[in-house]
Every structure is written in C-alpha cells, then in structure tokens.
Design a protein around this ligand. Structure first.
Ligand SMILES: [Zn+2]
Length: 132
C-alpha cells in the first residue's frame, strides 16, 4: 500500500480515520487549527479530542464558481459532529438540491487528492451520505 499523508494535520488516517480538534481545557471551545490562545476565553491550555465520524448537515451551499482547476459544482457544508462544527465538502453525492438537504446524516470519508513523485498519497476528507 502506498504511503499516505493527511492533507490537513487534524485528519488522522489509519484503520479508523477521524478528525481531531484542540479543545480548550478551561472553557471547552474547540478549534481545528493550532491556537496560541483560546478565542473564547484567552487561556492557553488545550487538549486533543477525537470527534465522532458521523454528523448532521447544518448548512450547505452548492458552489458553482471556484478557482481554476477546482471542479465545480461541489457542495460546501457545515457538519455538526457531536456538537463541534466542521467546515467540509460533501462528497460521493450529486451536487444538487435534490440530493443534499439540511439535517442530512453524513459520515467522514477520505479521498486521495494527489500523489507526489515518490508515490506518497496526500489524503483529504469530506463527508458522504450515511446509507440507511
Ligand atoms: Zn477557552
């Protein structure tokens, strides 16, 4: 199997891919990017928490125009994962209002987004509809 590296550092690969957030140990606010201080309370201590891999679509938009090289249309969404909002794209679903809805149940899915000269795969994530 090819060596794989996550496209973003809060994506954990392996047998059970999941997202990891930094959680403020003082107020519980969660952030995906690294922070020097909590945006909510200003404290500087964080712990790492694994997020549930399933969630619910809270907001979405169908993007028709994007930078050159990015295939459109695609679905940009906010997904609630156990109380944490994740900014993501919806994948493995037709990008139209008949197939995407608020409240839709989705789950984390990974996809290879590129391969370098040594064959190392860069892996990104999106959320796909949960069957059943
Ligand atoms: Zn805080």
């Amino acid at each position: 199997m090819a060596k794989q590296i996550p496209l973003v550092d809060y994506l954990v690969l392996g047998d059970d891919p999941h997202l990891v957030a930094h959680e403020c140990t003082s107020c519980g606010a969660r952030f995906f990017d690294r922070r020097n201080a909590c945006a909510s309370c200003g404290r500087t201590e964080f712990s790492q928490v694994a997020l549930p891999t399933e969630g619910e679509v809270r907001a979405f938009t169908i993007v028709a125009f994007a930078a050159p090289g990015i295939p459109t249309p695609f679905v940009a969404a906010m997904v609630d994962c156990g109380g944490t909002s994740v900014r993501t794209n919806l994948i493995n679903v037709p990008p139209d209002p008949e197939h995407v809805a608020l409240g839709m149940q989705v789950r984390l899915a990974t996809q290879v987004v590129g391969t370098d000269d040594e064959g190392t795969e860069a892996v990104g994530f999106g959320f796909e509809p949960k069957e059943g």
